[in-house]
Design a protein around this ligand. Sequence first.
Ligand code: COA
Ligand code: ZN
Length: 305
Amino acid sequence: MTDPIFFTDVGPRDGLQNQPKILSVEERLRLIEAIASAGVRSIEVGSFVSPRAVPAMAGTDQVVASLPADDDVSYSALIPNMKGYQLAMDAGVRTVNMVLYASEGMARKNVNMSVAEAEQATLDILACAREDGIDVVAAVATSFFCPFDGPTDPGMVRDITARFIDQGLQQIVLADTIGAANPGEVRALTADLVQAHGAEHIGCHFHDTRAMGMANVFAALESGIRHFDGSIAGLGGCPFAPGASGNVASEDVVMMLEQMGCDTGIDLEALLAASDLAEELTGTAPGGRAKAWLQPWLAKQNTRS
Ligand code: COA
Ligand code: ZN
C-alpha cells in the first residue's frame, strides 16, 4: 500500500469552531503555520458563516489575508451560502468547502435550510466558482447517522454523490458528523462509491466519538479511499450536532497510514509539535493517542543520531 494520501487538516475550522476558548487571529495563524510546516498540503483555515452562529470563526477574512503565500498548500474555507462565497472571494480564498445534507434535521439545525435549499445554494456557488476558477469541495453531512433523524439511508448518500459529481464537483467528502458510523457500514458505502465514481472523487471525514474513528479510516482505506480529513490534536465537534466530539486526530491518522506504507508527505515529528501547540492554545484539545508513544521514541532516536 504505497499510494499517495491526500490529507486535509480541518482543525483550524472544525476543531476551533466548537472550543470554549475563542482563539485570536494571531493564535489561529500560529496553529495553521505549524500544521503547514509539518508538510500538510491542505488545510481548512476557517469559515465564512454568521458570526452570531459561530463566534469562534469571526475574523476568518483576517486569517486568510495573513496566510503566507505558498502555492504548495491549499488553504480552504467553509461557506454555507452565497454571502459566504462573496466574503471568501473578497478575502482571496481559492478553495471553498460546501456542506450537503443527508438529513433534513441536520440541514435545518446547521444552516436553517432544507436539504433542497442547501443543494441549490451549492449548485449556485458551483456555477460562480466555475466562472471564477475556484475549486469547490462538498461534504455530505450526516452521511451515516443524524442526531435528529437517526440512521441515514445509504441510498440517499449514493444519490447525492452521483448528482453532484454529474454537476462537475471534483470531490465529495463523506462526513460522519457526530462519529456514529461503524467500520462495516463505512466499508460498504465507500466500496460502492469508489466503484461507481473512482477513489479520486471520494474522501472521508470521521469523528472519534465512540472510539471507532481509526477503524473507520482503515475500512475506507481498504475500499480504496485515499483522501482523509483529520484534525490536529483531535480537536473538533459541531456546535449544532449534539453528541459530536473531536475528529480523528491528524497525528493518529498520519501515523497509521505511514506505518502501513502509505505516503502522506507529512513529517510526523513536526505534526506532533503542531499538536502540542493546539493543546497549549486551546487548553481542551484531547491530543491524539500517537503522541504519548511517539514523542519519547522520536526524542530517543534524535539523541542517538
Ligand atoms: N457570513 C456572515 N454572515 C452571514 C452569512 C455568512 N455566510 N450569511 C448570512 N449572514 C448574516 C446575515 O447578513 C444576517 O445578518 P444580520 O442579522 O446582521 O442582518 C444574519 O447572518 C442572518 O442571516 P439569514 O440569511 O437570515 O440567515 P439565518 O439566520 O437563517 O442563518 C446561516 C443561516 C447559514 C447564515 C447560519 O445558520 C450560519 O452561519 N450557519 C453556519 C453553521 C456552521 O458553521 N456550522 C458548522 C459547520 S458545518
Ligand atoms: Zn466534522
